[in-house]
Design a protein around this ligand. Structure first.
Ligand SMILES: Cc1ncc(COP(=O)(O)O)c(C=O)c1O
Length: 401
């Protein structure tokens, strides 16, 4: 209310046309870089989507599903066949048996799965522990849910963390820790010992672990992906999130899922129902085909990505970047100090406009932009020809220097 000479008027004080929450975060830097890349006809190594085709069998299964008229709302928490396929795959990968009728929710990509999961367990004032640098969605996700975040720093070159700092991040307010392994943006694959340290904190403080395992199959150099839910005492306190997006090169399909204890699953299902009702029915049908692809598919996928990583590492180092060798996912974090730019955003703008390569400034993965001011992220989920063209353009950097 505004005050006038005789007291309170009935005219409300002008208020912001948008909510306080909307003020607390900005548009995605990654999407902005993609737009700039299009505008400047740059090779887009900013956003993590493949520019090569999705598997034929999976595409055919989607076409068949649409032709068979699987075109109406599915069961809100996901098609029976898809959930059965996920449960079978999860048993194969982890040795854990889950009940797809009671412990699984299919959502629209890992993105919606994460926000629905957080909404299911978070109350205002709760805290969520996040490793930094982090996938940029986790900050806004926490804000939307009314949670405060506490951060644990991953230190290059191996992106290790300090066990004492981890312990200090867990308080009596901690409701959950988000663990993304293999990790975006660093390419870190959390070891069993590191996961055990995290599990110990969860058990001690009665916190949930929410894992983002979307790059599960992209692990190199003899590293192994370990699901946190398999550690002692963790199955009952872990929400395991995964999606079709990266494993089957279908980021536009928007099919993801959460595996969680039955009570938590009930709450995730409610959130999901009122957020989106359900994920695309024919694409879940095709998902059942995808999840039953033979092991050779996953081996070939991983080999292909490891070869791309090696190609990019060699090319980037040749161009003058100091790269932090990733052992998983499909990103490379690199140090740009050799180029003498005052910060990562200035460097990224220069690269997209003058050199013709779109990347993500490192600061977008940190709370304090200064922490990432000399880092940038490249993605390499692209055809060899795309990577070669990007590397050819980046050569210009070396010649300038
Ligand atoms: C760690 C991580 N989680 C989630 C996502 C988004 O997954 P989806 O496309 O299934 O929503 C991405 C996409 O880049 C990611 O890197």
């Amino acid at each position: 209310m505004t005050r006038n000479s005789i007291g309170f008027s009935s005219t409300p004080a002008p208020r912001s046309p948008i909510s306080q929450k909307s003020h607390k975060f900005t548009e995605s830097v990654i999407r902005e870089m993609t737009r700039l890349a299009v505008e400047h006809k740059a090779v887009n190594l900013a956003q993590g989507f493949p520019d090569f085709p999705a598997p034929e069998d999976v595409k055919e299964a989607a076409v068949r599903a649409i032709r068979a008229d699987i075109n109406q709302y599915e069961i809100t928490w996901g098609s029976r066949e898809f959930r059965r396929a996920v449960a079978d795959r999860f048993l194969h990968d982890t040795g854990l048996e889950v009940d797809p009728e009671r412990e699984m929710t299919v959502c629209c990509g890992a993105t919606e799965t994460m926000i629905a999961s957080l909404l299911a367990i978070i109350d205002p004032g709760d805290e969520v522990v996040v490793f930094e640098p982090f996938y940029e969605n986790y900050g806004p996700d926490a804000i939307i849910c009314g949670a405060a975040t506490r951060h644990v720093r991953l230190h290059p070159p191996d992106w290790t963390f300090d066990a004492k700092e981890l312990a200090a991040a867990f308080t009596h307010r901690t409701r959950a820790v988000i663990v993304n392994t293999p990790n975006n943006p660093t390419g870190k694959v959390f070891t069993r010992d590191e996961l055990e340290l995290i599990a110990e904190q969860c058990r001690q403080t009665n916190a949930y672990a929410i894992t983002d395992e979307i790059y599960q199959f992209l692990v190199y150099d003899g590293f192994q992906h370990v699901s946190l839910a398999t550690l002692p005492g963790m199955r009952e306190r872990t929400i395991t999130i995964n999606a079709m997006s990266k494993t089957y090169s279908v980021t536009g399909w928007r099919v993801g899922y959460a595996i969680a204890p039955a009570e938590v699953t009930n709450a995730i299902r409610k959130m999901h129902d009122f957020l989106t009702v359900g994920a695309a029915a024919p694409l879940q049908q095709a998902g059942a085909t995808a999840l039953r692809l033979p092991e050779s598919y996953y081996l070939k996928l991983c080999e292909g990505y490891q070869a791309r990583r090696d190609r990019m590492l060699a090319g980037l180092e040749q161009a003058g970047f100091r790269c932090f060798r990733p052992h998983g996912a499909y990103y490379i974090m690199a140090d740009i100090s050799a180029f003498g730019f005052s910060n990562d955003v200035e460097f990224a703008r220069y690269l997209v406009k003058e050199i013709g390569v779109g990347i993500v400034p490192g600061s977008s993965f940190y709370r304090d932009p200064a922490s990432g001011a000399q880092q940038v992220r490249f993605t390499y989920c692209k055809k060899d020809a795309t990577l070669d063209e990007a590397l050819r353009r980046l050569e210009k950097l070396r010649l300038k220097g």
